[in-house]
Design a protein around this ligand. Sequence first.
Ligand SMILES: [Zn+2]
Length: 177
Amino acid sequence: MDAGVLVAVDLVNRMVVRPEPVEDMAVLREVLAVDPPSVAQLAPGHVPGFAALARELRAVFEDLSGGAEDAAADRLNQLLAAHPAHPHLAKEDGRWRLHHHPADAALVPMWTSICAEALARLLAGGHGDRAGSCADDRCGRAFVDTSRNGSRRFCTTTCQNRVKTAALRRRRAALGD
Ligand SMILES: [Zn+2]
């Protein structure tokens, strides 16, 4: 999966849906581990910016989960307008490589741009319905469905099984078992 999609899902789940009893800096170091230069640049001052980005992305997943692609597209366009991509050539080991941003780009705007672009590509590719929030209300974790038929409603089979078991129990109780 695209690094921008992975980071978007992780930011939403680890900074908004399930704030862990772990320091935000520790969470961000793990979420950004896909890009070591970002981890090296990360400072406590970046935490509020990433938390705000996580809330924006959460709204996009909620929109997509409810089939509101127009609303998701509006949010993504706002993020992309505020934080445009900044492609940059850098010479590494004697050859030129094209990066999404210069290495010294400000961290939060750079990741806003990367995450928003990744979700925009998903939507533009006709796969907006693959992004969503877990159908178990008590969970609500964001996910992107990469399965062949793309009909996932739960973040994991654990949530799917829990909901199925509860529904079965309710049906049995209703039958007076
Ligand atoms: Zn779930």
